[in-house]
Design a protein around this ligand. Structure first.
Ligand code: NDP
Ligand code: MG
Length: 379
């Protein structure tokens, strides 16, 4: 059970919800970080009184220092600030809720200190999953997932001692806002269309990933790394209702599922309290008012990003780092309205045609592959 936590990305969707959980569960904070949202970070610091507040952006950090001058909270900036927040001795847990590959080095820094990692930042596991999992084993750091599907799998795997007994992991997928649309219909999708998600309210990048279904591809790779499963043992099932958050099928054909309202505060809380449970702010599920539960296969021809991610997962090596880097860059361009919705997949495909050789367990090789993929995607 977590007693003191550092939250990387406290001002984001996951970060804000985790502070609600922390307040309800009586957990203390050691460090809170943001990129630029100093107004909200100031409010959070006044409320939770961490030792350290970090703004990644240097200008924002200068402003934060002035805003917090009358408090005991120390202010730091940039990657050094994030690394310090990740390694602060008084925190037993670090919640990684920054968006994107920028979370990789801080995650490794927290692992090196043997802390529990409550992991929301899936990009880190996609681009450097083998390295991160090996480091965690070496340093005795637990990695507990925050992503709702992986939390569901984690909950369904409690008590499982022999991975050989697991027949397959079944990842559920809402299908996103464009479920059922044809490839032609996807052509005219705008930024505003893509930022509407039917069941979850999240940050902009993951909302776009959920619309292209790249999010499910990233989650497929995340599940491979977290649970050491080969791709053929992971199945994706479209489940529009987002009530079953994922399932584990065992060798005797028993299937265990975790159900709940679509409320991230539950998986966040479980990552902090595991192996214990306690009452918390997540909404109760009323079984008698649930819609019928439906399942369908994903349409890989229309949602090309998912197909590309499954191919990268199969291919291994540095392909997943390239997939992730190119996707981050392409989604950035789409959010700036510089490219169309379907061009995200085009650009990721271009980058995947040029995966460099190199050791996918070596941090420098991963960072180089990420940079190359971004360059190709931005051209
Ligand atoms: P948001 O965009 O809402 O928040 C991201 C946070 O990271 C903010 O605090 C932001 O600061 C900070 N940040 C952004 N860029 C940088 C940077 N370059 N350096 C340092 N800090 C930065 O994202 P979400 O909360 O939605 O997602 C966070 C992570 O959790 C992602 O990896 C996502 O895939 C994962 N996740 C999210 C879910 C959700 O429901 N939202 C569900 C499952 C996983 P600022 O406020 O200044 O922008
Ligand atoms: Mg998810």
């Amino acid at each position: 059970m977590t007693r003191t936590i550092s939250i990387l990305g406290a001002t984001g969707s996951i970060g804000r919800q985790s502070l609600e959980v922390i307040a309800a569960c009586g957990i203390r904070t050691a460090a809170l970080t943001t990129n630029r949202n100093v107004k909200l970070l100031e409010e959070q610091c006044r409320c939770f009184l961490p030792e350290l507040a970090v703004a990644f952006d240097p200008q924002a950090a200068a402003e934060l220092k002035i805003r917090l001058a009358d408090t005991p909270v120390r202010v730091a900036q940039g990657m050094d600030g994030l690394l310090e927040a990740a390694a602060l001795p008084q925190a037993d847990t670090v919640l990684t809720a920054v968006v994107g590959m920028v979370g990789l080095r801080p995650t490794l820094a927290a692992i090196a200190q043997g802390k529990r990692i409550a992991l929301a930042n899936k990009e880190t596991l996609v681009c450097a999953g083998e390295l991160v999992m090996e480091e965690a084993t070496r340093c005795g750091a637990q990695i507990v997932p925050v992503d709702s599907e992986h939390s569901a799998l984690f909950q369904c795997l409690q008590g499982n001692r022999d991975r050989g007994e697991v027949k397959r992991l079944i990842l559920t997928c809402s299908g996103g806002p464009f479920f059922g649309k044809s490839a032609e219909e996807l052509q005219g999708i705008t930024r505003a269309d893509a930022l509407q998600h039917p069941n979850w309210s999240m940050g902009a990048k993951i909302t776009v990933d959920s619309a292209t279904l790249m999010n499910k591809g990233l989650e497929f790779i995340e599940a491979m790394r977290l649970y050491q499963m080969p791709p053929e043992k992971i199945l994706i099932a479209i489940h529009r209702e987002s009530i079953i958050h994922s399932l584990v099928e065992y060798c005797d054909n028993a299937i265990l599922a975790q159900l709940g309202t679509p409320d991230m505060r539950l998986p966040i809380q479980y990552a902090l309290t595991w192996p214990e449970r306690c009452p918390g702010p997540a909404k109760e599920l009323d079984l008698f008012s649930c819609p019928p539960l439906t399942f369908a296969r994903p349409d890989l021809e229309t949602f090309r990003c998912l197909k590309l991610a499954l191919k990268a997962a199969e291919r291994g090596g540095l392909a997943c780092a390239v997939l992730n880097g190119a996707n981050e860059a392409a989604v950035g361009l789409f959010l700036q309205e510089k490219i169309g919705f379907c061009e995200i997949a085009d650009r990721v495909a271009q980058a995947l045609s040029r995966v460099p050789q190199g050791d996918h367990r070596d941090l420098d090789a991963i960072l180089a592959a990420d940079q190359l993929a971004r360059k190709i995607a931005l051209q």
